[in-house]
Design a protein around this ligand. Structure first.
Ligand SMILES: Nc1ncnc2c1ncn2[C@@H]1O[C@H](COP(=O)(O)OP(=O)(O)OP(=O)(O)O)[C@@H](O)[C@H]1O
Ligand SMILES: [Mg+2]
Length: 246
C-alpha cells in the first residue's frame, strides 16, 4: 500500500511562496485501480512526480508498505516497485526502442520478440519501431506509447501514468484501455492513472479529484462520477461528454 501523509509541496516564487500541494492524505491500497482527475493546474502531475520521487515533498511523509520512502530517490523507489510514465515523455538520443524496453524489463536477455510484444500491446507495429532511436524523429503519440510500453515491461507493484491518453489516437486508446484492464485484473497490480477521460474514469475502483493542490473528493466511481457531471457548469469536458451520451 502507498500512503501519503500530510504531503505538501511548495516552491519559492519571485514575490511569494507558491503552495502547489497542500496537506494531501491519500492511501492507495494494493491491487487497486485509482484514477486522479481535476482541473488543469490543480497539482496532479506534481503529485505524480512526488510519488515517483522526481520531486521531494516540502512537508509530510510517503510510505510504501511500511517503508518510509519520503527521502528516497527515483531509482530507490523504482527498485521497491514504483514506475512512472510522464505526461510529456523524455527523448533519449542514442538509445534504441529495444534498448529502452530491455532496460525497463530488467532482463538483459529479453529477446527482440519479447520486446516486440510490449510494443504490440500499445498498438505499435513493433518491426517498424524496435530499432529506431528514441529521439526527436518519433511523433508525440509514438513516444508516449513507447513510454507506456516501458512501464508495462517494468511490471512493478505500482505503475503511475500521467495522462496516458494525451496525444494518442482513438484506435490505440481503445487498445490502451484493454491493456490497463489486463494489468489490473490478470496481474493484480496497483495502477494510478491521471486522466481527464471519462472512459478511464469509468474503469476506476476509486476516483480522486485534485483541485487547488488539495484532495477535493474521493470515493468509488459510482459515488464520484455523478458529482463530477453535476459540477459541469464551468467545465467544458464533462459537459460535452454528457451531451454525447444524450
Ligand atoms: N516548479 C514549479 N514552479 C512553479 N510553479 C509550478 C512548478 N511546478 C508546477 N507549478 C505550478 O503548479 C500548478 C500545478 O501543476 P501541475 O502540473 O501539477 O498541474 P496538473 O494538475 O497536472 O495540470 P494539467 O491538468 O494541466 O496537467 C500549476 O499552476 C503549475 O504552473
Ligand atoms: Mg498534469
Amino acid at each position: 500500500m502507498l500512503k501519503l501523509q500530510n504531503v505538501s509541496f511548495g516552491v519559492e516564487g519571485e514575490h511569494a511562496r507558491k503552495e502547489i500541494l497542500r496537506d494531501i492524505n491519500l492511501e492507495i491500497e494494493d491491487k487497486k485501480f485509482i484514477v486522479i482527475t481535476g482541473p488543469n493546474g490543480g497539482g496532479k502531475s506534481t503529485l505524480a512526480r512526488v510519488i515517483a520521487g522526481i520531486e521531494r515533498p516540502t512537508g509530510g511523509k510517503i510510505y510504501l508498505d511500511d517503508t518510509d520512502i519520503t527521502d528516497m530517490s527515483v531509482t530507490e523507489r523504482a527498485k521497491l516497485g514504483i514506475s512512472f510514465a510522464f505526461q510529456q515523455p523524455v527523448r533519449f538520443k542514442g538509445i534504441t526502442v529495444k534498448d529502452l524496453i530491455v532496460l525497463a524489463s530488467g532482463n538483459p536477455k529479453l529477446s527482440t520478440v519479447g520486446a516486440c510484444e510490449y510494443l504490440s500491446e500499445v498498438g505499435l507495429c513493433a518491426r517498424d519501431y524496435i530499432n529506431r532511436e528514441v529521439d526527436a524523429s518519433l511523433s508525440g503519440g509514438e513516444l508516449k506509447r513507447i513510454e507506456i510500453a516501458t512501464v508495462i515491461a517494468r511490471d512493478t507493484k505500482l505503475s503511475v501514468f500521467d495522462e496516458p491518453e494525451a496525444g494518442i489516437d482513438l484506435w490505440s486508446f481503445n487498445n490502451l484501455i484493454r491493456v490497463f484492464e489486463k494489468m489490473h485484473t490478470e496481474k493484480e497490480r496497483s495502477i494510478l492513472i491521471i486522466s481527464h477521460q471519462e472512459r478511464i474514469l469509468n474503469i476506476a475502483d476509486e476516483i480522486v479529484v485534485i483541485a487547488d493542490g488539495r484532495v477535493e473528493k474521493k470515493g468509488s466511481k459510482e459515488e464520484i462520477l455523478p458529482k463530477l457531471l453535476e459540477a459541469a457548469g464551468g467545465c467544458r469536458f464533462y459537459r460535452e461528454s454528457q451531451e454525447e451520451e444524450k
